[in-house]
Design a protein around this ligand. Sequence first.
Ligand code: GDP
Ligand code: MN
Length: 382
Amino acid sequence: MKLHEYQAKEILDRYAVPTQRGRVTSDPAEARRIAEEFGGKAVVKAQVHMGGRGKAGGVKLVQTAEDAEKETREMLGKRLVSIQNPAGMVVEKVLVTELIDIAKEYYVAVTLDRAAQKDVVILSRKGGVDIEEVAHSDPAAIIRLHIDPAWGLDDFQVRNLLREAGIDEVDHRQLGALIKGLVKVYYGVDASMVEVNPCAVTPEGKVLAADAKVLIDDNALYRQKEFAALQDESADDPIEAEAHRRGIAYVRLGGHVGVIGNGAGLVMCTLDEVARAGGKASNFLDIGGGAQADQVRKSVELVLMDENVRGLLINIFGGITRCDEVAKGILEAMSSLSIRVPVVLRLEGTRAAEGLALLEGSKITGAATMQEAAQKIVALCA
Ligand code: GDP
Ligand code: MN
């Protein structure tokens, strides 16, 4: 899950990694008061889960508290759009930080290098800009240091890294400490990524994180309770957030054929069949093994929250899951929700005959195979 910059900087602060002073707000008058604390010179930064806010107009440098208020008022409620995120995101909060003078900008990140099966520190003297751009134009300017899983990171390795990356000698001590701090953050909060871009150096020579991005590994949320509470809010998609609250594995895909199945493999296979039949699935939804009627009803409800859905394909291969339980859930859903779209069902396996008997007389279209089911639903959605 993604954290906002202000949340990421709070964590950095706990690990004594220097950042600018700042506070988050959704009130322009409050933004003015925060800026006043910094003598009026401030940066107003949109708190949205997307990169490249600067280019999208989500980072404003101001010289007076009045301007901090004005920029905040303008930014709140606005939709920021970037190349990576063409749908954009609406700004609900801004972070107001003190404005610092920046003499140099470095790039630092700690993340997992899957190919090497190790965590890695990434450092570049060319920070501030898009790091993908540097990777393209000057790949030699990006230096990587793998962290030995048994030994961790040694000071001499960090010193070599700084030298290899061509970091100015005067910054070695502070930047080295900052890197070690970020590694502590990375392990401390079970992050999958900690990125500071830019890591700024002021004209006085102070090194600090002017931006911070932290991703928490979702699989660690059971022990990172503090962040688990933020997860719903952090989801970019309202249906995905609702799915998470209901404990259902749902991913929005953007098409118009709703898909429900049991078991991730079967659901992915169903998505392929929908594509082969010429349709585009609206979602991935796995009701899991041994799902009860209630879970099925909730799943149907969830898929139909997406306005684009024109039909629903339910593909169940009953093993642990009992087909009659699934049928009950579908019937509950049909009676409690006014289902406005056609439903095609393929039901196979444990207690399939009992399930199909329950559904007799309903408006559901049956299908003997997954291929047939996909063809039928795609035709009905056309
Ligand atoms: P991003 O565009 O989402 O990565 O947002 P950043 O927080 O990285 O801000 C974008 C750019 O704004 C940075 O690369 C800096 O050049 C500039 N910036 C941000 N904070 C300050 C600041 O305190 N002082 C100055 N001079 N520039 C800043
Ligand atoms: Mn940045």
